[in-house]
Design a protein around this ligand. Structure first.
Ligand code: ARG
Ligand code: ZN
Length: 844
């Protein structure tokens, strides 16, 4: 069944107040509900339908009298009075057998919930839609030391806690946690002087991994006050870590629930990248308190209203806490790796989709990351002042609302006087716009002709021109900037810009800071790109110049074994050895375009990419870098060692990332001796894991791998790394076999999403391994998706996107993928989630 945005109608009833009582039991949890309804004067359809799935209904009454209900797999209806009434029901549920990890489920003996998007209906009968907001009173009875729900505790005795959440909320923000947990506690005093108790609840044994998350939480609370004027609104803020979780984390009101991988951290067990990600996710979930909870979404089509905005806010936070250019470059790498393939393939959908079968399939890079880019463009167009004025109005006008994208755009129109009707296409059109820029220079005048074109897709067959902010500057022949960053707004299909009074032809630096989520096509010579690599004042475009040269060099190797341009290598060397530049930035400069990205470039040029040739070219390129930089490698490795005690901050982690980039080139040239030294000396996971990865890569990691396993066998999060790394570092021909062998390891557990993703996420990301000509990886992944689907449809469906790029490849690979996709689709009782994903992928 397909749901359409255009078919929205309000619910026929308003919920005044909700009381829930849970009597916890692994297989027979009883949930009693008491819900006060009254007719909604704004609704025409007065059908009383309550969602409910996998519930065993024990009793139902209206105003105390038993009612006859009509039940289906999706919910129930019954006759109701045309006046306020009280619905009471009791249901029984089975959390211990809830392997889908949606609704109330168990993880390592602890109870927890995940209700977004439509999980509340697996807990009790309810109008499970985000525009039905209510205050909740929750009583939890159970033999556990910790019994948590949303809001503030109002009554606590042994094995019994009553909670009250004074803020009306949609059911997807409901949460309950019970178990034998320990708290790492702290407090935060808000800008108006209220003291908020903060707790991070973890399993006994994980107490030592809480400090960083707690600091990140306090920093987030402070930042949201300073930058957006947003204050926290309860006396208590709880975070709980759980091992079995489908996504990263969840912003339940006052009770955030986190995948333990997204919150637990210690120097010995977490890498610098883990720390940065944890800081960002804590911030993200905390920021949802305003952008998501206080102002929520009218319906799930509006998901980007909270997710795009909250991702945008968390990237602002990370830019402020760490390095803004490094964050921007990392975000663009991620956007190109995850969102572009989605937007350019069969799964393409607008930032605000217009139909879906299973909403869980739309928690995508397009909704989240492109959604955040759209907000970034809006901010560029209206300026910082306009942006914060609009946000202030958004918070005052819509506090307590279930809002829409129209509401969101209206606050910008009202505060800035801008007409955003064309801009709105960013929300309704799928596909990545391509902007071609042609340049001519005469006398003292530069003419830039911009032409935009969005390739049509099933979701958007006839795309119209978008509003595209293009930040640009000019770098003179002497390397000095002759025009500072300006923003040009494209509205038309073709637009011409003229810049006069120039002394000599400058090199245009276009799309600075990646000012729009587009593909820029600009014909610059290698010499011009090298000029930008050496002189661009915009750190993003300086990096981009290097990246474009690297891509050209790689394509040259793939297509005709060309040698790498010396000017590029010298330019790169100059940047890498420039001590005035941030080490993290220099490390990013050494990164190469991904193999998947190269495959796409070839596909777009009308050639079928050969994954093996792409892999080999990437290896060759790294050998070339190692040999060209050989005189600097050891010096840079030494210069970037950290002697101070480990800190996961930007400065130290930048040094480690540059040193580890050197280590990988050194290992390539000289073998694993230095890696072994680093492994032996490492007092933190960043250094240990980098050493291990390098040793495996050159075939000298067997002993280290065994040592690592012996050292960390009891740490689930570290063991996820151990599983993943072996697949990531396998030779293409061994990748599928390695993954298969790992599934036979006693600690492989496909029911745990982190462990499943460690192996199969790594396999899907291993371009040459996944697309190995044998087709073994396709078959293996399909086998496991068939196994996992009845257990956990959500994680299965997400993993199906591994097949989304099938059209790029040759007929043989296409056929192999099509066969596997069809085989999965032919499975009996395949979930709605997986069916929708694969049908869309197939339909390309
Ligand atoms: N709202 C959460 C976040 O972005 C994501 C939860 C999505 N969960 C799901 N099952 N679709 O922070
Ligand atoms: Zn979110």
């Amino acid at each position: 069944k397909t749901v359409y945005l255009a078919e929205y109608t309000p619910f026929g009833f308003i919920v005044e107040d909700v009381s829930l009582t849970f009597d916890l039991d692994p297989h027979k949890t009883r949930v009693k509900s008491r819900i006060a309804f009254r007719p909604n004067p704004e609704a025409t359809d007065k059908t009383f339908f309550l969602h409910g799935e996998n519930l065993d209904l024990i009793s139902a009454t209206i105003d105390g009298k038993p009612v006859n209900t009509e039940q289906t797999d999706e919910g129930l209806t019954c006759p109701v009075p045309d006046a306020p009434f009280v619905w009471e029901a009791e249901v029984e549920i089975d959390p211990a057998n809830n392997t889908a990890l949606e609704g109330l489920y168990m993880s390592n003996g602890m109870y927890c919930t995940q209700c977004e998007a439509e999980g509340f209906r697996k807990i009790t009968y309810y109008p499970d839609r985000p525009d039905v907001m209510a205050t909740f009173n929750v009583t939890v009875n159970g033999p556990h030391p910790v019994l948590l729900s949303n809001g503030n505790p109002v009554k606590t005795s042994q094995h019994h806690v009553e909670w009250h959440d004074p803020w009306p909320k949609p059911p997807y923000l409901f949460a309950l946690v019970a178990g034998d947990l320990v708290a790492h506690s702290d407090s935060f005093t808000t800008m108006s002087g209220r003291k908020v108790d903060l707790n991070l609840y973890v399993r006994p044994g994980d107490e030592g991994k809480c400090a960083f998350g707690m600091e990140a939480l306090k920093a987030s609370m402070k930042w949201d006050e300073d930058v957006y004027g947003r204050e926290y609104d309860l006396d208590l803020f709880n975070i709980v870590a759980v091992d079995d979780f489908n996504m990263g984390a969840m912003e339940n009101k006052g009770l955030n629930i986190f995948n333990s991988s997204a919150v637990l951290a210690s120097p010995e067990t977490s890498t610098d990248m883990n720390f940065e990600r944890i800081e960002a996710i804590i911030a993200h979930e905390y920021f949802h308190n305003w952008t998501g909870n206080r102002i929520t979404c009218r319906d799930w089509f509006q998901l980007c209203l909270k997710e795009g905005l909250t991702v945008f806010r968390d990237s602002q936070f990370t830019s402020d806490m760490r390095s803004a250019p490094v964050k921007r470059i990392s975000d663009v790498i991620d956007l190109r790796a995850r969102q572009f393939p989605e937007d350019q393939g069969p799964l393409a959908h607008p930032v605000r989709p217009e139909s879906f079968q299973e909403i869980n399939n739309f928690y995508t890079a397009t909704v989240y990351e492109k959604g955040a880019e759209v907000i970034g463009m809006l901010k560029t167009l209206v300026g910082d002042e306009g942006y914060y004025k609009a946000l202030d109005l958004y918070f005052t006008r819509h506090d307590g609302d279930a809002a829409t994208i129209e509401d969101w755009l209206k606050v910008f129109e009202d505060t800035t006087g801008r007409d955003l009707s064309q801009f709105k296409r960013w929300y309704s059109q799928a596909g990545t716009p391509r902007v071609k820029v042609e340049e001519s220079f005469e006398l003292d005048e530069l003419t830039l002709t911009f032409t935009q074109h969005t390739p049509p897709s099933t979701a958007t067959p006839d795309p119209q021109p978008q509003v595209i902010p293009i930040a640009l500057g000019l770098i003179g022949p002497d390397g000095k900037e002759v025009l500072e960053t300006q923003t040009v707004e494209l509205h038309e299909e073709t637009q011409i810009i003229r810049i006069t009074s120039l002394e000599g032809r400058p090199v245009p630096s276009i799309l600075r800071g990646f000012s729009a989520p587009i593909v820029l096509e600009q014909d610059l010579s290698d010499a011009d790109r090298a000029h930008l690599l050496a002189h661009d004042t915009d750190p993003f475009n300086r990096w981009e110049a290097g990246r474009t040269l690297a891509r050209k060099a790689l394509l040259g190797i793939i297509e005709n074994g060309a040698s790498v341009d010396e000017a590029y290598l010298d330019g790169l060397r100059a940047v890498i050895t420039d001590d005035s530049l941030d080490p993290a930035y220099r490390a990013l400069m050494l990164g190469l375009p991904s193999q998947s990205d190269l495959a796409n470039t070839l596909y777009e040029a009308g050639k079928a990419p050969d994954p093996a040739a792409i892999y080999d070219a990437t290896e060759t390129m790294r050998d070339v870098l190692a040999s060209h930089l050989k005189d600097d490698l050891h010096a840079l490795y030494k210069a970037n060692q950290v002697s101070e005690p480990y800190q996961p901050d930007a400065e130290q982690s930048g040094k480690r990332s540059l040193a580890n980039a050197m280590l990988s080139l050194i290992t390539r040239a000289e073998g694993a001796e230095l890696a072994a030294q680093q492994y032996a000396a490492a007092d933190n996971m960043t250094q240990q894991l980098a050493a291990l990865a390098n040793a495996i890569r050159v075939g000298q990691g067997a002993q280290m791998l065994a040592d690592f396993e012996a050292q960390w066998k009891d740490d689930r999060l570290v063991m996820d790394k151990w599983f993943g790394l072996q697949v990531m570092e396998a030779k293409p021909k061994d990748a599928a076999a390695t993954a298969e062998r790992l599934t036979e390891h006693p600690d492989f557990n496909h029911k745990n999403p982190n462990r499943f993703r460690a192996v199969f996420g790594a396999l899907a990301m291993h371009h040459a391994g996944f697309h190995h000509e044998s087709g073994d990886a396709y078959t293996l992944l399909a086998d496991w998706l068939i196994t996992l689907d009845p257990i956990n449809p959500q994680t299965t469906a997400r993993m199906c996107s591994a097949f989304q790029t099938w059209k790029r490849y040759d007929a043989d690979r296409q056929n192999k993928i099509k066969t596997e996709v069809a085989r999965i689709l032919a499975t009996r009782d395949l979930s709605r989630d997986t069916t929708e994903m694969l049908t869309r992928i197939q339909g390309a």
